[in-house]
Ligand binder design. Structure first.
Ligand code: ADE
Length: 429
């Protein structure tokens, strides 16, 4: 086409009076097409420049927000009280914690295999995959004197939390802060503990214990048909395992033990719920999800730009956005409700936006059918409107200890087949 146009141009140098289509094309078409192309190019450049400016602005705004929250927390006189940002106390801890690439927590990248086809959980900012860690396990070096009741010892299975490829520098810094927080948290048998990490700023990884039985909420749903109310009832043939009252009590006790550890170290979890408790192969319950990763299918209500577990939140957290160990106690009460309803959600008929007025009118979840009066008293005490009147985790744990003892006496002694219970009894004594 262009050759033909060129030939026409040669044959007809004077185009003041175009006579045919080619001459019209040369006189008007080519200049118009060129002008159009120049306009499109300018438009694209303007669009890209504006987009770049916006992302810079967004980045700066997030940095300023984080700094403002850190300053607000430094100035705060309220012990235990933190703001909505899940990473504030992590940031505080990370100041004591430099991310030395050669520190004892560091895993050699070639020793860690991440199975990206086996996704265990994902959230807005990170994904957890199953992995295998070969060779040295940093946590064993860091706590040389301890014995570990971790399934990890058996077959090198780990869970690895990573950031998406497109993570920006702020998400990377948040993640490095979370790693710093996990280092400070230390090891506890009822917390999903850190085994090691890779703090290469390009591709940071957090390696934690793998919990083969997944989260407690799904476990309760799955085993609801296999719940045996009576201790003497035989588990039907062909069923993998049955859960009984004492198993539920045992989960409650283990979680209270993990929460006692967290609260005694001044940590506030802020999302205590069955979906955030993980179960190991031997059914040990461990508190997980320290801020970044959420199990995707839970409906969390959104306000103030964050995802909030409205129906698990204490009344003062809903009203004033304050979080304390006592607001964790409230959420623990809701977790007890989930346990003894075998995974029902609280307040099914109430809209999240109506929760404040519902609670202020004195309403609380009613006693689940499987729950004794004693246990319901404990549950209800966690939902006292006045935080100071709620029990401490240490009190909750000792109440659960006596209930567990009564339950096991009532059922005859613990069956030896369940190693976990035997381990727990040993721990509790
Ligand atoms: N999902 C999220 N974290 C997990 C873990 N540590 N083990 C098993 N499943 C998980």
């Amino acid at each position: 086409m262009f050759t033909a146009a060129f030939k026409t141009l040669q044959a007809c140098p004077n185009l003041t009076e175009p006579n045919n289509t080619w001459e019209y094309f040369i006189k008007y078409g080519i200049p118009a097409a060129s002008a159009l192309m120049i306009i499109i190019c300018c438009g694209c450049m303007c669009f890209l420049k504006t987009k770049y400016k916006f992302s810079l602005l967004k980045l700066r705004r997030r940095e300023v927000e984080i700094q403002a929250i850190a300053v607000a927390n430094q100035n705060s006189t309220l012990h235990h009280t933190v703001s909505l940002n899940p990473y504030v106390e992590i940031a505080k801890d990370s100041r004591q914690n430099s991310h030395e690439p050669n520190d004892r927590w560091e895993v050699a990248p070639h020793a860690l295999f991440i199975d990206t086809s086996d996704k265990l959980g994902s959230g807005a900012f990170s994904t957890v995959y199953k992995g295998i860690l070969i060779g040295r396990v940093p946590v064993f070096d860091v706590y040389e004197q301890r014995t570990f009741a971790s399934d990890f010892i058996i077959n090198n299975e780990v869970a690895v939390k990573v950031l998406p490829n497109h993570a920006d520098s702020v998400s990377k810094q948040d993640f490095l802060n979370e790693i710093g927080f996990m280092k400070n948290l230390g090891y506890h048998g009822h917390i999903v503990s850190m085994l090691g990490c890779i703090t290469d700023p390009k591709e940071p990884c957090l390696v934690v214990e793998y919990c083969a039985n997944g989260d407690l909420l799904k476990f309760l749903h799955k085993n609801k048909p296999n719940f045996m109310e009576s201790a003497s009832e035989e588990c039907p043939l062909g069923v993998d395992g049955c859960i009984r009252m004492k198993d539920l009590l045992s989960f409650a006790w283990q979680i209270s033990d993990g929460m006692e550890y967290l609260s005694s170290h001044d940590y506030i979890h802020r999302d205590v719920a069955a979906r955030n408790i993980l179960l190991t192969k031997k059914l040990a319950a461990k508190i997980g999800d320290f801020g970044l990763c959420r199990v995707a299918d839970q409906a969390l209500y959104t306000t103030k730009g964050g995802r909030l577990p409205i129906k698990w939140m204490a009344i003062e957290s809903l009203k004033q956005y304050t979080y304390t160990t006592k607001s964790d106690v409230w959420s623990f009460g809701v977790l007890l409700f989930e346990l003894f309803t075998l995974g029902d959600g609280p307040y099914p008929a109430i809209q999240p936006l109506d929760m404040i007025s519902h609670l202020e009118a004195g309403n609380r979840p009613s006693r689940p059918a499987l729950c004794s009066e004693n246990l319901y008293d404990l549950m209800s005490s966690c939902w006292q409107a006045e935080p100071a009147l709620r029990p401490t985790f240490s009190e909750i744990r000792s109440k659960l200890t006596s209930m567990l003892d009564t339950a096991t006496e009532h059922y005859g002694y613990l069956d030896v087949q369940n190693e976990v219970e035997v381990e727990q009894k040993a721990e509790m004594k």
